[in-house]
Design a protein around this ligand. Structure first.
Ligand code: 5GP
Length: 209
């Protein structure tokens, strides 16, 4: 870090139903925050237009995914919309140890597993839509999905929202800029936690020497 005090990284999880804003909010955070990396998941779903392998996801087939699970290379995994998704373990452990923070766009099932694996390191934020009508409007406006998929995502949205109370922070995404600011504040405060500033004892010893 810029102040030279050694620190442990944190794992910032943003969850919301599809269209809830987590992807755009995450992107905005990362533009201004060089210490916030992105956890790139494995998925068996096919790439959408504009998605790049290795950047948005590691796109793999069923066999490769199952091999990753079997070999313990995923720190969490779940099935969402009939496809498999999972988080590679090695980048998570490296980031924590090197004092870098990682952003996760994963669902409630993944958040639960990640918290079980690394309870002290997860900072979880749930992003709620202001209304279900607005959520549907946003899903249609982004034009990524056909009608049937939008209908399916709306029915899954309620199931995702039902897990809001498993998250440490909750934001109602009425205004994009305000929501980004709120997540930035959470991140700033969590970074200052004494337990994450692992080099403080050394720093203070220097102060008092
Ligand atoms: P999409 O296919 O729209 O990119 O993602 C569908 C859902 O899967 C989203 O709710 C997203 O947060 C979730 N997801 C993406 N990657 C992972 C992952 O590695 N693990 C889990 N548990 N969920 C994921």
């Amino acid at each position: 870090m810029s102040d030279g005090i050694a620190r442990r990284g944190l794992l910032l999880v943003l969850s919301s139903p599809s269209g809830g804003g987590k992807t755009s909010i995450g992107r905005a955070l990362r533009v201004t925050d060089p210490n916030l990396g992105l956890s790139v998941s494995l998925t068996t779903r096919p790439p959408r237009e504009g998605e790049t392998d290795g950047k948005d996801y590691h796109f793999v087939d069923e066999a490769a995914f199952l091999a990753a699970v079997r070999e313990g290379r995923l720190i969490e995994h779940a099935e969402v919309f009939g496809a498999r998704y999972g988080t590679p373990r090695a980048p998570v452990e490296a980031a924590l140890a090197e004092g870098r923070d990682l952003l996760f766009d994963i669902d409630w099932q993944g958040t639960r597993q990640l918290r079980e694996a690394l309870p002290e390191d997860v900072v979880s934020v749930f992003i709620l839509p202001p209304s279900m009508a607005e959520l549907e409007r946003r899903l249609r406006a982004r034009r990524l999905d056909d009608d049937a998929t939008v209908t399916r995502r709306m029915s899954r949205a309620a199931a995702e929202i039902a897990h809001w109370d498993e998250y440490g922070y909750v934001i109602v995404n009425r205004d994009f800029d305000l929501s980004v600011g709120a997540v930035r504040s959470i991140l700033a405060a969590e970074r200052l936690k004494r337990s994450r500033q692992t080099g403080l004892a050394h720093f203070v010893a220097g102060l008092l020497a």
